[in-house]
Design a protein around this ligand. Sequence first.
Ligand SMILES: [Zn+2]
Length: 120
Amino acid sequence: MSLISCPGCGLVHIDRGLPAVPDRAATGECAAEAGAVQAAFYAPDLLGYRQYVVDAYACLHADPSTRIGVQATALCLMTMDLYLECGQPVSEGSILHQEMMCGLVRTSSPPWRHRISMGS
Ligand SMILES: [Zn+2]
């Protein structure tokens, strides 16, 4: 039995020979375990918190050598900030991601809508 360490999160897993995840800094073993955790969050009483798990995993396992990896990390960190510091419901995380991609960010108070400057 050999062990491998995930390049994203550093967790050590038993090497099952699973293929690495393309465009992610993750071993296949870590991705499989994360998939099981994320699936558990489909339970009705946990579903409203699932996006925390998805965003946290994405941040830890983004490939920093790619533009999409950097963008995904930024998107997930901004979304988690909106949950934790602005009171945005976690259940709206997917919608928040879509709005950020369009340059629109909501906060907990609907009148306070802001545009993100994507550079000028
Ligand atoms: Zn990992």
